[in-house]
Design a protein around this ligand. Sequence first.
Ligand code: DQA
Length: 143
Amino acid sequence: MTKLLVLHGPNLNLLGTREPEIYGSLTLAEIDRRLEEAAFERGVEVYSIQSNHEGVLIDALHEAATKADGVIFNPGGYTHTSVALRDAVAAIGIPVVEVHLSNVYAREAFRKKSLIAPVCQGRITGFGWRSYLLALEALWGAE
Ligand code: DQA
């Protein structure tokens, strides 16, 4: 069975109460549940990890290289700063899709830059929790 890591970066554990006008009112657990359901319908097994720590995210990416067939990754604020996460994505040799709940292009200038997107298969930004769903569709949708 195809296996997928859904990796959530810093502060995403606060979804539901964190700036809901920007990020919506769903909790991370609810997003994971919806995604799991959608993945199951496509014959894809999902496991989710959230961390506020860069090194833990890097370890999860390394582990995914042998454990998963692809990654849906919301690097949160590290999107705009982390060379180490970019290097990890480039190193693992499985497709990674960068996702964001908010439309980062419609926000502060510093959010327009991603160090990670250039080493990803693609990027989806601005569709709320459905950004994750669209990433699933992009990688494992119907032919
Ligand atoms: C985010 C966008 C980032 O700029 C921000 O730092 C986040 C969330 C999003 O999903 O919209 O933490 O990745």
